[in-house]
Structures are given as C-alpha cells and as structure tokens.
Design a protein around this ligand. Structure first.
Ligand code: FA5
Ligand code: MG
Length: 347
C-alpha cells in the first residue's frame, strides 16, 4: 500500500466531509451525512479498513492520520448540530414572542348596579351603628309575611299588599317585615339588645308608575331592648336621612298606620326634582315617601314570645329604589329595571 496515496485520499475525504457538512441545513441532513461518513459503510470507515493492508512500520502513522481526520469530522458535526439547534430555538422564540407593548383587547368591566350601591351605603351606615345585617327569603310564608306581623287572615290591610302566591300558604313577600318576626323569635335578650337590618327584594300587585314598581327593594330595620322609645326612632331616622341626603334636604315625619307598629309614622324627603314645589315625580305633593316606621306593636312582640311589658322597640322599612331616585335625581323608577347600559353607566 502506498502511504502517500493513502494520505492524499484521506485529505480528499476530509475536504469532501467539510463540504458535505457545510451544505447541511437540517437535523435530517446532518444525520444522513453522519451515517455516510462515520457509519458502518461510511467513507471514513472504509478508509480505515485499509490499515490492514499497510506495512507494519506505516501502521502507527496511518492510525494517527485516521484519528486526526475522524476527530476533525466529529468536531465539525458537533458544531453543525449546535448551529442547527440554535437556529431552531431562535425561530421558535421569534414565532412565540409576545409584544407586550401592543395595545390589548379592551375587556368591558361592569360595575355595581345603582341599587346595590345604595344598599351597601345604607348597610355601612347601620353596621357603623352596631346593627347586624341579616338575609331574608323572597318566598315567604303567609304566617311570617302577614300573621306574625299582626295581619290575621281577612285583615283589610292585606288588600294593600296583594302579591303572587306560590302555594296557598307561600307567597312572594310583600315586605321585608317578616324578618322582624323571624329575628325576634331567635334573639337571646340575655346577650344584649336586638339591632338588625335586613335588605332584600319584595313584590306587590302595584300598578307601575314613576315611583312604583311591582318588584322593588326594601331594608327592614329593628331595634328591641328595654326602654326603647319614640325618640330613639326619631334620632336614628334623622341621622339616616341627613347622612344619605345631606343636611340641607328637608325631611318630615307624617302620622300613618301599620298593623305591626303603634304609633306609626312615614318619613318623606323633599322632592329633588321640584325642590318641594310639586311636579310629576312627587305627584304635585313636593314630598317623596322613603320609609314606613313605628314603635313595634306589643302583639308582634308577644307572638314572638317576648314580654312586651319589659321590652319595647322601633322598626322601619325603607324603599331602596326610592332612595336611589332621590340621591341621584332619577325621575322614573322604571329606569332602574330596564337595563339600558347608557343609563346604568352613569352611576
Ligand atoms: C311597608 O312595606 C312596611 N313594611 C314598612 C314598615 C316597616 C313600617 C317596619 C313600619 C315598621 P310601605 O308599603 O309604605 O310599608 O313601603 C315601605 C317603603 O317601600 C315605602 O316608603 C317606599 O319607599 C317603598 N315602596 C313601597 N311600595 C313601593 C313600590 N311599589 N315601588 C317602589 N317602592 C315602594
Ligand atoms: Mg307607605
């Protein structure tokens, strides 16, 4: 075997390998080139088999030369592999890149309905005065909605609060007042006075107009302890009206009648629209009624198992919708229920 020819062939092979590797651009290509150079039938493998035919004294030189070329090829393959992997990664990063400076898609975020806002403002006020907030139920029994509120069957005052009946004895409650009876029944007076408010939805067969809806919201209030008097009622409601409407809006107490309070009053606030002169909103009276109230009737206390000689209290039921109207100058209660975004957005 001619050692010089062998060296030349090996040099040719090294050049060819370099060229082949230069041309590869993908992982697949690279794998094929690798096999065709270093595989079982690869060019370098074939070349290295020739060592058998060489003279004894040439063998070490041939071996060294083969190893040198193999190592050059292997290094080049490794470099190429890294180059290809880097390219794939760079492309992937470019493709998946997120431009955080691009303007995002605006997601419309809603906000509280004006009734919820007013409800929470009133809750905050009474929580600050030490009242608990208690949830009631919208489907109520005749027993709690009427009888426990001193409105026995056939009582004429039931006519003013006709409603939808679910069964003969269950109805959509006409007022939050049944929550008075429910809390009175369970309150433990040895632990202190009862002071609670109970907000929620109520239903009535009322004909809809600017200030009446057949479905609206009330907050019931109840304070029962020893020595509670009418002046506690007046002071509380006065504070309530001033904190909600400001000290310049006029309020008045008007004698009224409720079967579950004695004496009873209703509270009116001067009309925001006409400032008391009389208009469509206040039905020419100059006043808008916001709540009914009074000293808890002894019958209500006794029916709930409470000694009316020892304990007394006051209660009130206010209309959240009416208060929202007065507070924000909404001239028709029906706006609150029509879900017109242009209207609701204002609050
Ligand atoms: C009652 O419902 C009594 N339960 C209130 C009460 C509680 C009195 C505790 C004494 C002690 P009245 O029907 O007047 O009372 O309603 C109370 C308030 O709810 C009214 O002042 C008004 O603000 C509101 N309201 C009444 N009817 C409607 C209606 N159809 N639409 C909107 N708000 C109404
Ligand atoms: Mg009334």
């Amino acid at each position: 075997m001619d050692i010089n020819l062998f060296k030349e062939e090996l040099e040719e092979l090294a050049k060819k390998a370099k060229h082949m590797l230069n041309e590869t651009a993908s992982k697949n290509d690279l794998e094929q080139v690798k096999v065709s150079l270093l595989g079982k039938k690869g060019l370098l493998t074939l070349q290295s088999k020739k060592i058998k035919e060489a003279n004894k004294e040439d063998k070490p030189t041939i071996g060294q030369e083969l190893n040198r070329v193999r190592s050059v090829i292997q290094t080049t393959i490794a470099e190429k592999e890294k180059e290809i992997n880097d390219k794939i990664l760079t492309e992937k990063i470019a493709k998946e890149a997120i431009d955080v400076t691009l303007p995002g898609n605006q997601i419309a975020i809603g906000h509280q309905h004006v009734i919820t806002k007013v409800k929470e403002e009133i809750e905050d006020l009474f929580i600050g005065l030490g009242y608990q907030v208690i949830d009631g139920r919208e489907v109520e029994s005749d027993h709690y909605n009427f009888e426990m509120m001193n409105l026995p069957k056939d009582h004429p005052a039931r006519d003013m609060q006709d409603t939808f009946y679910v069964t003969e004895n269950e109805l959509l409650r006409t007022q939050t007042s049944p929550m008075q009876a429910r809390t009175l029944e369970v309150h433990d007076f040895t632990k202190g006075p009862l002071k609670m408010i109970s907000p929620g939805r109520v239903f009535r067969r009322d004909s809809d107009d600017a200030t009446h809806s057949h479905q609206f919201h009330q907050i019931e209030g109840l304070v029962v302890a020893e020595n509670i008097t009418m002046s506690d009622l007046k002071g509380t409601l006065d504070l309530f009206a001033k904190s909600l409407f400001g000290s310049d809006r006029k309020t008045r107490l008007r004698p009224s009648y409720f079967p579950f309070t004695e004496p009873s009053v209703e509270v009116d606030v001067s009309c925001f629209k006409c400032n008391g002169k009389g208009c469509r909103v206040c039905k020419q009276t100059g006043w808008i009624e916001i709540l009914g109230s009074g000293m808890v009737h002894p019958n209500v206390l006794e029916m709930a198992g409470i000694d009316s000689e020892k304990y007394s209290g006051f209660a009130f039921g206010l209309g959240i919708d009416r208060i929202a109207m007065l507070k924000y100058g909404i001239d028709d209660i029906r706006h609150l229920y029509q879900n017109d975004i242009r209207f609701l957005k204002q609050f």
